[in-house]
Design a protein around this ligand. Structure first.
Ligand code: FAD
Length: 383
């Protein structure tokens, strides 16, 4: 007889951990599963936009009490020809590694009563009847099955086997590669530096303990032929931005922190539901240039927890659970995705050697980039 719980959350990244935490606080029996073991390094710029901090505080997670994240108050964009623009951020952002952050979130979820299963890869999800899911996962080479009234997909961009997309053309055709490495020895002022180069950008920002995060998003087309390791890809990117090459030469990569993700396709539209609700990157992969991925992960997690709680309490039936969450998520995220995609297109245009001219024409470009992507101020009723 398989174990039965209220909710199974698939994926223990920022979206899944916070959704599990919130539902456990609301009194539900929650299992949070992840195929990986933690702590682990994750491909991410580790730049936490100001509203991310606000949402974590709402969840009673006060990062300063756990470690010393760095704060950043401005963004600098450095063109391939060396030209630069700098703009203040709309509030202080944090720099904190996902290695630390995800563990802090797990600890909070555990304290709220969540059961966390790591090294557990979900291989099949079925819904034999309304209000019942059967989730099969592989743990230590064995197949195990649990049952739950609700399943939440927080599994990032890759769906578990057999889960079909809810529509066609959900993701863009351009294929990207994302990479990340920590560095020591770089003296970065309290700002995020975005170096544009052929086929993408490299972001550099300070994180805790005097370390620096170096993360890049580049089209697969541009990195092909440059080698597959993180240092090879960073080297290839720096060939089209000398200031990036100079910055990278200041520091030394920290062994064991290099990770990558590929293939990566950005979303054309949000996908809040397919068989079960989706949150975070599973719902929508936003251009990382915006530095808003974690904020969206948190926002969608809180929104989904709100509707899932009402469903589990019997205030919504399964159809209303799906339709109301889909409506709310589409209202919340569709315009933001459109804005960030427009910025991404501008930033990744092949003509980005003409940027200095563009900047003369539009001196507010940098502040546009850092402010146009912000979510509207949190609506307390959405929590
Ligand atoms: C290059 C790059 C730079 C970025 N920079 C930033 C930035 O500076 N700031 C920012 O806010 N955002 C940034 N982002 C985006 C940000 O990393 C994501 O939006 C965020 O990690 C999404 O969190 P998530 O919880 O949805 O997914 P994830 O953190 O990816 O978590 C998903 C989890 O699901 C697990 N999983 C997957 N499939 C299964 C399965 N079948 N069974 C069990 N577990 C499974 C995975 O192991 C993983 O741990 C960046 C992204 C990239 C690629």
């Amino acid at each position: 007889m398989s174990k039965q719980v209220d909710v199974i959350v698939i994926g223990a990244g920022i979206a899944g951990s916070t959704c599990a935490l919130q539902l456990a606080k609301q009194g539900h029996e929650v299992i949070l599963m992840d195929s990986q073991e933690f702590p682990r390094h994750k491909t991410c710029g580790e730049f936490m936009s100001p509203e991310t901090k606000e949402m974590l505080e709402y969840l009673d997670i006060h990062l300063e009490q756990k470690l010393q994240p760095t704060t950043m108050d401005r963004a600098q964009i450095i063109m391939p020809d060396g030209g630069e623009i700098e703009a203040p951020l709309p509030g202080n952002a944090y720099g904190i590694s996902r290695y630390e952050l995800d563990c802090i979130l797990h600890q909070a979820a555990l304290e709220a009563g969540t059961t966390i299963l790591t090294k557990s890869t979900v291989t099949k999800i079925e819904q034999p009847q309304a209000g019942l899911y059967e989730v099969q996962f592989k743990q230590n080479g064995e197949l195990v099955q649990y049952r739950a009234k609700a399943v939440i997909g927080a599994h990032g961009t890759k769906k578990p086997r057999g889960v079909v997309p809810s529509a066609e053309n959900l993701r863009d055709e351009t294929v990207y590669v994302g990479i990340k490495s920590h560095f020591t020895g770089m003296q970065i002022p309290p700002r995020v530096e975005l170096y544009f180069c052929e086929g993408g950008y490299v972001g550099i920002s300070p994180i805790e303990n005097g370390k620096t995060n170096v993360a890049a998003l580049l089209t697969l087309e541009t990195v092909q032929g440059s080698g597959t390791s993180v240092p090879d890809i960073l080297h290839a990117a720096s060939l089209t931005n000398q200031r990036l090459a100079d910055r990278l030469a200041e520091g030394e990569a920290v062994p064991g922190t290099q990770v990558s993700i590929a293939p990566l396709n950005l979303s054309n539209i949000p996908e809040p539901w397919s068989q079960y609700p989706h949150i975070g990157d599973a719902m929508m992969m936003i251009p990382p240039l915006s530095g808003d991925g974690m904020s969206i992960a948190l926002r969608s997690s809180l929104l989904c927890a709100q509707y899932t709680d009402r469903y589990l309490r019997g205030e919504l039936d399964d159809k209303a659970w799906a339709s109301e969450y889909m409506l709310a998520a589409n209202q919340e995220f569709t315009q933001l995705l459109k804005r960030t995609r427009a910025i991404q297109k501008l930033a990744f245009a092949k003509v980005n050697v003409y940027y200095p001219k563009l900047v003369q024409m539009m001196p507010s470009l940098a502040s546009y980039i850092v402010q146009a992507t912000r979510l509207p101020h949190m609506n307390k009723t959405n929590r």
